[in-house]
Design a binder for this molecule. Sequence first.
Ligand code: HMG
Ligand code: MG
Length: 298
Amino acid sequence: MNLPTHVRLVEVGPRDGLQNEKKPISVADKVRLVDDLTAAGLSHVEVGSFVSPKWVPQMAGSTEVFAGIQRKAGVTYAALTPNLKGLEAALESRVEEVAVFAAASESFSQRNINCSIDESLQRFIPLLEAATTAGVRVRGYVSCVLGCPYEGAVAAERVAVVARELDAMGCYEVSLGDTIGTGTPGATRHLFEVVGRAVPRERLAGHFHDTYGQALANVYASLLEGIAVFDASVAGLGGCPYAKGATGNVATEDLLYLLDGLGIVTGVDADRLIAAGERICAVLGRENGSRVARARRA
Ligand code: HMG
Ligand code: MG
């Protein structure tokens, strides 16, 4: 069993975590969250999204959040950008990285970004060109890789086609999103076997929502397939506005506990991370979704 020795954690709590919150969250609280996360040693944080405020109102303040954070050397501050308009706003906010997001299911693509999969990929090509000219790296997402809220099962081969397109247009990494958290470890291994033939595994990442309680098991299955980059959300915050009932990503604290236990290096400090999660949960008035954080509190 050859597990990776190092894992890069991509903290998506400020974006994937908060995007679904109905109550407005102040810019100051969002800024504090990002700064707490980087203080805990996270080197890659999705700070927000430059999307239509009509579609995702909670992300409307992303410009202000970027203006307020304390930028640490060596940290990648990233944002979601669905189109050129989003990229322009992101560049004005001096992002280090942007992410484009496609889906492996047509129905989800329509509901999430109001266009077909092909149209979205066509839209991303000029975005990648402009980002590259500006010296900004682009990450790609594929949603619904282990199931779609509207279409049900999704074949790994369909995911591979979209992932290959994103890779070919210049995304330095493609994150495979189990948007609704229905995947299980066997399906996860099969997914990486199939997609790993289209895109080199060192350019693939895993993004597991924990709706069915499978996220940590799916991470472990991915580690066995040689995947070494995982997205996670502090306190397990979140859900997707276009996938009803979907809950947050695997909690970063719980994932860190797993990786620490395996002796896999991440550079993240568990105590500071737990404190960051407790703080944002107090702001939101929510129970902490991290089992580790709850166990520590007890
Ligand atoms: P559309 O309505 O087709 O866009 O939306 P449009 O180009 O026709 O423009 C309509 C209006 O939106 C115009 O304003 C534009 O200016 C404005 P109006 O003239 O009506 O006042 N607009 C924008 N405003 C700000 N920033 C922009 C922007 N673009 C257009 N970038 C669009 C298409 C893609 C814009 C829309 O569907 C959208 O914003 N979708 C975002 C959905 C989203 O953020 N979903 C959640 C993130 S994805 C996710 O969570 C999954 C992931 O975590 C992985 C996983 O778990 O699977 C990544
Ligand atoms: Mg997500």
